[in-house]
Design a protein around this ligand. Sequence first.
Ligand code: NAI
Length: 329
Amino acid sequence: MLKILFYDTKSYDEESFERRRKEYPGIHIDYLKSTLGPRTARLARGYDAVCAFVNCDIGTETIETLHEQGVGLILMRCAGFNNVDIHKAKACGIRVLRVPGYSPEAVAEHAIGLALAANRKIHKAYVRVRENDFSLNGMLGFNFFEKTAGIVGTGKIGAAMARLCYGFGMKVLAYDRYPNSSLDFVTYVSLEELLSASDLISLHCPLTDDTYHLINRETIRKMKDGVVLVNTSRGGLVKTDDLIEGIRARKFFAVGLDVYEEEKKNVYEDRSDEILESSVTARLLSFPNVVITSHQGFFTQEALSAISETTLGNAQAYQKGEVTGNEVE
Ligand code: NAI
């Protein structure tokens, strides 16, 4: 029996995994509400594996503690793994498996939703109409039809976003070191060209040393005035202070963020009763043309089902000593 300690459990996680687990009699899961970090890693004593998510802290200290508890496997129930110290895991002989792609369309559709909401001020309209205020002042948007979309990173999600933008009647530009030849309607250009020509810029590359703060004062300066920026990838891609400066300078028509640098403490927590000590989130939300969601791009029924299926498949493959291609190395 492979024993998994499942961290940061939400009711929808447990439902989705338990529904699927019936097909895996050799796997036992205990569900914890606590998130995985240096202190809670101790709870994994006696377990073969832990299951974690994007908001867990799986840095050096956590990995060392997991290793001391005898854990040999980290099952990431997400695509990103920038929160895992991979080198340390390898040094400790801990395997890391992830879910590389579960529903790229889920994230791409959310990116389009953010672009539309921020451009057409749907977030403001919702509140205004609830107050019986039917005026349109401040609601003016622009058509995406016949405008230019710039997609940074055309992997699974970026490709899905490119298709959606093309469906809107947009000209689609992209920047990626490895162009996707199946996207025959996309024109690959340099990052500079993409920044200067796009009316809608959507980020879909991973967070790496190369892409950290890809959007900064310099790159913002190269963008068209009145651009719409959407980030559903990782907060660290955008230097928030420079973004705020750009918003104040009226560079952006609208900004839609599903991820942002300060999200770690917020993601999936109800903090509505707290007085937040310092908050760039609050500063961003003070702008009328910014829409923020809390890392929910992946959150569809289809994606949850695919996540539990692949994660349990990963666990079973580990148990059998098989290689899945989902290993992070
Ligand atoms: P993917 O691995 O299929 O595609 C990433 C693409 O980015 C690749 O084509 C790669 O060549 C390209 N790339 C790498 N470095 C680049 C650079 N410096 N400049 C331009 N392009 C570069 O990944 P996928 O599945 O499309 O996911 C993309 C990102 O979306 C993930 O890294 C993750 O951070 C984020 N994500 C967000 C979710 C959410 O709920 N908001 C859910 C799932 C993923």
